[in-house]
Design a protein around this ligand. Sequence first.
Ligand code: UDX
Length: 443
Amino acid sequence: MARLCVVGTGYVGLVTGACLAGLGHGVRCVDVDSRKVEAINDGKSTIYEPGLGELVKRMVRAGRLCATTSYREALADADFTFICVGTPSQADGSTDLAYICEAGAMVADALAQRQKSKGKTAQARRHILIVKSTVPPGTTESLEPILREAGLPHVGLCMNPEFLREGNAVYDFMKPDRIVVGAMERKDAEAVMRLYSTVAAPKLKTDLRTAEMIKYASNSFLATKISFANELANMCEKFGVDVYDVADGMGHDRRIGRAFLNAGAGFGGSCFKKDVSALLHEVRHRGAEARILNAVLEINEAQPYRVVELLREALGPLTGARIALLGLAFKDNTDDVRDSAAIKVARALVDAGANVIAYDPQATANAKKELGPRIEYAASAAEALKGADACALVTEWPQFAKIPMRAFRKMKRPLVIEGRNVLDKKALKKAGIKYAGIGRKKF
Ligand code: UDX
């Protein structure tokens, strides 16, 4: 068991802290937000994520997880610090590294104080500072001068990117496809890998910049796959071919793979757009171009509006039309609406004069913060559908597949526009419901 400090209790920080405690380590989280700290110490998760609340409760009770607002307290006896603070996008696509620098400086200060109070014995003990936040290549090594100035030659630097999907984060942490640790010194990478000794996964040791780049390259590639599928969808519509049948046919090729070839209203969430934009910015800054990534973002910007176009094609002008919007979250199993295609569709429909009544199993409260009273919110899918001129499905919640056909029949005009691939097309057809979807055959 190792003693760890985790800086930041946002999405990545809380999952990392709770899961590392779950692996048997002693974890102290530090955050400036005292409400988050109190909630964690009460055994509560501050975010909606399947399995996380239960894990936090269990780890706090077991005495393996706690939180504080004090860096000195969090670092009192830790041998490893994971930096998990936000790295938001700025208007030009560049990454705001202010929180990373601030966290680095606070950790350095607390370690310097600890060294002073413990004297020479503490000086000999190695501490490893690990950046987990997604940062442009070259960022982790830029923390070195901060450590040097604080007189901390015994502190090593590592970069350990996270590949956590919202809604599956605990599973992804415990059963990852790979673990990557970049380091300046091999012994530090080995020490960080030992923290994951009970996790079965391919383990890759690299230098710092390679680890940082692996994260950007992975997210950019996944985003590229989705935009490729979306461009393919728009082509398939022209040929009267179903894009999902094509994706299935492609996916059996092991060189391609079926995952992330699901066409629809486009990707959202806190990572893909941010990371692709950041990589584009960094590449341009170095005098190069990333043409594919430009196209990936361009295709994704347009994709939500395909849902609105399909509605217009079926209904004509949308002024006064009542549209049932199924889904508000950026994907299923989350209450997160950041960069959600559903929010973009809702806004575009309202701008076109439509009346929108939306239902989402988890994200209504967060959507209200974005859309306010511009749309209505239903307590169930059936309520949203009742009396609607059409329905637009924009989030891939699996429970939408269970909506009974009689609920669709309660629409004024039974017409469904699908921006994902959830509904049972055969059942809709049998029930006499008209259907069109992104890259799908109409009936
Ligand atoms: C992503 C990465 O998957 C994860 O590894 C990284 O660490 C953080 O970013 P996340 O944003 O939580 O995770 O969700 P993900 O499941 O990747 O989906 C992102 C978006 O792409 C969603 O809006 C989803 O609806 C969309 N998507 C996904 C598609 O449109 N088609 C697909 O085939 C897959």
